[in-house]
Ligand binder design. Structure first.
Ligand SMILES: Cc1cc2nc3c(=O)[nH]c(=O)nc-3n(C[C@H](O)[C@H](O)[C@H](O)COP(=O)(O)OP(=O)(O)OC[C@H]3O[C@@H](n4cnc5c(N)ncnc54)[C@H](O)[C@@H]3O)c2cc1C
Length: 380
């Protein structure tokens, strides 16, 4: 069943990126997991090869591709079985704030570096006391002449150590309506009063530099406001569709990857698994998981198409994010079980994938929040 029309160019792009992943990423994953960070030089290599910010137009230094190029990057990266180099977060979640809402000055200043890998980006919404309820954030942005002075802290920020720029959501404390008080501000690494070197130890995604960010009287020019002042909350909501779709694409690609590995294991490893592949219980489990995977794939591809046609599919992307992330967690765990004790060995990369998958039900809006959105759409 073909839903998406990949061109010859897309197929060649996928082949090139698949090769890049095999040669330039996968061999280093264990090292990055141990070091809890991916070196910036790898981001640069990604950019030099046209694998970052694929949708950024050529006039701003990007490769000038389309969303299907982003889909390819997200899907192929999953096969490297690590979450350290979060190119989809940079290219398809953070940078679109700049390309959609940024002034021409900001776009010309930052987009070329974002595409070349010289400028790694992060988005900072979450605070120690404000996660799902973004409007309750406390970080302040106070105008002072031609500047804005930022104070407060953010937590669990992906790319938080490596980032050269961060888009920060903060409130003007003089405006009481929280939805009108939030704006997005672009802050460069090295700006006085901005510290971001505190890596967080977490359950999975060990090679991903998730960090706390601190802002103390951090002064930036007013021209670094992304879009119109006071529009931050609306901007964040507008970009949720793509953010949750990207998460769903990664999750379904993960499901497919794990199933392919597991089926191959049963097909090709007679000696290792003895006769259990002949057991109907195993066959039925794999058949059930394959059925779920294929149904989700059709739904996601249809959503990609709708998104590319600029349809409003925010409810459907909430459904997708919830169901694909749950499926990923459950399918990895079921596949782990087939291998008995080896299933839990650190030598089994499914163990890493299981750890990394857990967060997918939490970030980009928790699955409880997804269910609230779905329930609201039902008039409940
Ligand atoms: C590895 C990792 C990377 C992250 N990267 C980023 C990043 O780059 N940038 C960024 O800004 N943030 C990031 N986050 C933060 C993430 O977006 C938040 O963790 C998430 O939004 C949930 O917020 P919270 O953790 O404060 O949980 P809370 O909002 O405090 O929720 C706690 C629990 O209550 C439930 N809950 C909350 N509200 C409701 C409701 N209305 N109805 C029902 N249940 C509810 C939640 O589902 C959850 O189970 C990251 C988090 C992790 C773990």
């Amino acid at each position: 069943m073909t839903i998406l029309n990949y061109t010859e160019d897309h197929h060649r792009f996928r082949e090139r990126f698949e090769k890049f992943c095999k040669e330039e990423l996968t061999p280093f994953v264990d090292q990055w997991e141990a070091e809890h960070i991916v070196p910036k030089s790898k981001w640069k290599q990604m950019g030099e090869n046209g694998f970052l910010c694929t949708e950024v137009p050529k006039e701003y230094g990007g490769p000038g591709g389309d969303f299907l190029h982003s889909v390819i990057i997200a899907e192929e990266l999953v096969k490297t079985e690590h979450m350290g180099i979060m190119a989809p977060l940079h290219s398809d979640i953070v940078v679109p704030y700049i390309s959609t809402f940024g002034s021409e000055e900001i776009k010309h200043k930052y987009l070329p570096g974002c595409a070349s890998g010289d400028c790694i980006s992060a988005i900072a919404m979450t605070e120690p006391g404000a996660g799902s309820d973004v409007a309750s954030m406390e970080m302040t942005a106070v105008e002072d002449g031609d500047d804005v002075v930022i104070n407060g802290s953010k937590t669990f920020i992906s790319n938080g150590v490596n980032c050269d720029i961060v888009i920060v959501a903060a409130k003007d404390p003089s405006i009481s309506n929280p939805h009108k008080a939030i704006s997005l501000y672009l802050i460069e690494d090295g700006t006085k009063g901005f510290e971001h070197d505190k890596k967080l130890e977490k359950m999975g995604m060990h090679s991903q530099d998730t960090a706390e960010l601190f802002f103390t009287d951090c002064r930036i020019p007013k021209s670094n406001i992304i879009g119109e002042k006071g529009n931050g909350f609306i901007q964040l909501m507008q970009k949720l569709q793509q953010e949750r779709l990207v998460c769903s694409i990664q999750a379904i690609a993960g499901v497919e990857h794990v199933l392919e590995k597991t089926v191959n294991y049963f097909r090709n490893s007679d000696a290792a698994v003895g006769s259990i592949k002949a057991e109907q219980a195993v066959q039925f489990e794999l058949a059930e998981m394959t059925a779920e995977s294929r149904i989700l794939r059709a739904f996601i591809d249809q959503l990609i198409l709708g998104h590319m046609n600029k349809e409003n599919v925010i409810i459907e992307t909430s459904i997708a994010k919830y169901r694909t992330s749950e499926a990923l967690n459950s399918i990895i765990n079921r596949c782990l079980g087939f291998s008995g004790d080896y299933g839990l060995s650190e030598k089994n990369t499914l163990v890493r994938m299981a750890r990394d998958a857990r967060v997918q039900t939490i970030y980009a809006g928790t699955n409880e929040v997804m269910k609230s959105i779905i329930a609201k759409s039902l008039g409940l």
